[in-house]
Design a binder for this molecule. Structure first.
Ligand SMILES: N[C@@H](CCC(=O)N[C@@H](CS)C(=O)NCC(=O)O)C(=O)O
Length: 283
């Protein structure tokens, strides 16, 4: 029997979806094939020193296994490791296309944190302040401040606490002139995200992202789009409704649309068993 491994997962995370889709695809079962450690992002459990020792980036997912010299800390690598147990099924037919898709979806300029945390005007900022993201950022800040006090020389905590505080302090402040730079930056970032989604449209092969069967290209893209739709306040059961995400982006890029190939691709992947198990609702 293959070795049992451990996954570090979080119900609040986008990128764990890559790993969870792969586990479903391969028919691997929690507690039988692997153990699950749930990491709460909203209380900053990913910043615990014990977790940083596993994943120095303080991100989820991670995967450890007796045969691995060190933990896997990138969702794309985790998918490949899971796929390599037994017959590989997630290798893309068109590897060059798949690589372009993975590079795009994982690029910092496509980070869905833009949708979750940022604002383009006072109305959006007020609404963010009233949303659950406020408590999320505060929960992280509390944990980071605590860890920084305990480990004042630790470069990870110095930079993470400062990075999180930059946005948290804008949530703490009265909405006013100090938010103007954020609005401008956010507008520019939506323009870049719109171009990225146009690029995705041009890259999708159909019926699946990199050819005629499901591959890592699909599994690295599904979690991004689901999280972006959730962040745009799409009703979580409206898995096929791109309206709210389009409207959000159209505020910056008025003629923006999720393209027909992307829509057709999404409808195809949504019919797969792994998608239905991992994304019964948007998250
Ligand atoms: N490149 C990494 C990104 C992982 C990542 O950013 N995960 C997010 C959750 S979706 C996270 O853990 N964020 C915590 C933080 O940045 O503090 C991967 O693909 O695994």
């Amino acid at each position: 029997m293959a070795e049992k491994f451990t996954i570090y997962s979080s119900a609040e995370s986008q990128w764990v979806g890559v790993m969870l889709l792969a586990l479903e695809e391969k028919g691997l079962k929690a507690n039988v094939d692997y153990d699950v450690k749930e990491i709460s992002l909203s209380t900053g459990e990913n910043f615990a020193p014990e977790y940083i020792a596993i994943n120095p980036n303080g991100t989820v997912p991670s995967l450890t296994a007796p045969s691995l010299a060190k933990p896997l800390t990138e969702s794309a690598d985790i998918l490949r490791w899971i796929d390599s147990r037994g017959t590989k099924t997630l290798v893309p037919q068109d590897e060059a296309r798949s690589k372009e898709i993975l590079d795009l979806m994982h690029s910092p300029s496509m980070s869905t944190n833009l949708i979750l945390f940022q604002a383009r005007d006072p109305v959006e900022m007020e609404s963010k302040k009233k949303s659950g993201w406020n408590a999320f950022l505060e929960g992280r800040q509390t944990r980071l401040d605590k860890e920084l006090a305990a480990h004042p020389e630790h470069s990870f905590y110095i930079s993470k606490a400062a990075e999180n505080l930059a946005i948290t302090s804008l949530y703490r402040a009265e909405v006013g002139s100090e938010h103007k730079d954020l609005y401008k930056l956010t507008d520019e970032m939506y323009r870049t995200m719109a171009s990225g989604l146009d690029k995705l449209e041009s890259l999708i092969a159909l019926p699946f992202a990199a050819g005629s069967r499901v591959s890592e290209a699909d599994y690295n893209t599904i979690p991004w789009l689901s999280h972006a739709m959730m962040g745009a306040n799409t009703p979580v059961t409206a898995v096929q409704d791109f309206g709210p995400l389009e409207k959000l982006i159209q505020k910056t890029v008025p003629d923006f649309k999720i393209g027909p190939k992307t829509k057709e691709w999404w409808s195809n992947v949504a019919k797969t068993e792994a998608f239905k198990k991992v994304f019964p609702v948007l998250h």
